[in-house]
Design a binder for this molecule. Structure first.
Ligand SMILES: [Zn+2]
Length: 212
C-alpha cells in the first residue's frame, strides 16, 4: 500500500465518522432518526422482499460507526457506506462486502452528501469522467452550466450558505448521474419496478432528484 493510498483510506475513515446517519437519510428523503443514540429502524434498503418478512427491518446503530447497519432478514451488515450503497442501488454489495468500484462510488457520493470537496486529485475524483462522458440534454443544461467553476464559486460567494453549496454539489452530481438512471418502469428489474409501482408518489422526477 502506497503512502498516498493510506492517506486516502484515513480520509475515508474520517469521512465515515464525521457524516451523520441523518445527513445520509435526509439526502434520500428518508424519515430521520428521532433520537441521537440507540437504534433506528427503517425498511431494508437492500432487498425489497425484506419488508414482507416479520423481521423485515434494517437496524441502524446510531452510536456504532463500524457496525452501523444490520438487516435481520437478508443479513446484510456494514457501515455508513454500505447503507449509502443500498439507498443508491437497492442492492446488497456485490460479494457481500463493499469494495472496488462500488466502494469508490459510495465514497464519492458520501463526500457529496457531506459537502466535502475532494481537495487533491484522488482515486475518487470523478471530475474528468464527467467532462468526458457528459452529453448535456436541454433539461440537464442548467446543472451543467452551474457546475462551471466560475459560475458556482461566484454564486457561493454571494450566498455563502452550506446548504446552498450542498445543493450545487448535488446538482453537479445529477448532471453526471442522470444518464445512467433508469426511470422508466418498463426498463427496470422486476424487483425495482415493483418497488416503484408500489409507491405511486415516486415519479421519474423524484427518482432523478434522489438518484434512485
Ligand atoms: Zn434486508
Amino acid at each position: 500500500m502506497t503512502p498516498q493510498k493510506f492517506g486516502y483510506m484515513n480520509d475515508v475513515d474520517r469521512l465515515i465518522e464525521q457524516t451523520s446517519v441523518s445527513q445520509v437519510l435526509a439526502h434520500y428523503g428518508k424519515p430521520l432518526p428521532e433520537k441521537d443514540s440507540g437504534e433506528h429502524r427503517m425498511d431494508c434498503v437492500f432487498n425489497e422482499d425484506c419488508a414482507d418478512s416479520q423481521y423485515g427491518n434494517l437496524t441502524v446503530k446510531l452510536n456504532d460507526v463500524i457496525n452501523r447497519i444490520y438487516c435481520h432478514t437478508c443479513k446484510v451488515r456494514g457501515n455508513l457506506l454500505t447503507l449509502l450503497h443500498g439507498l443508491e442501488t437497492h442492492r446488497p454489495p456485490t460479494g457481500g462486502r463493499l469494495r472496488g468500484e462500488e466502494f469508490k462510488t459510495a465514497v464519492a457520493k458520501l463526500r457529496e452528501i457531506a459537502g466535502q470537496p475532494s481537495e487533491n486529485p484522488s482515486p475518487v475524483s470523478s471530475a474528468p469522467v464527467i467532462a468526458e462522458s457528459f452529453h448535456p440534454t436541454p433539461q440537464a443544461r442548467p446543472s451543467a452550466s452551474a457546475s462551471s467553476s466560475a459560475t458556482s464559486s461566484a454564486a457561493a460567494k454571494l450566498t455563502n450558505t452550506p446548504l446552498h453549496r450542498h445543493e450545487k454539489e448535488a446538482a453537479r452530481a445529477l448532471a453526471n448521474l442522470h444518464e445512467e438512471l433508469i426511470v422508466d418502469v418498463s426498463e427496470m428489474s422486476p424487483e425495482a419496478a415493483q418497488y416503484v409501482r408500489s409507491r405511486s408518489w415516486m415519479t421519474p422526477e423524484l427518482m432523478k432528484k434522489w438518484g434512485v
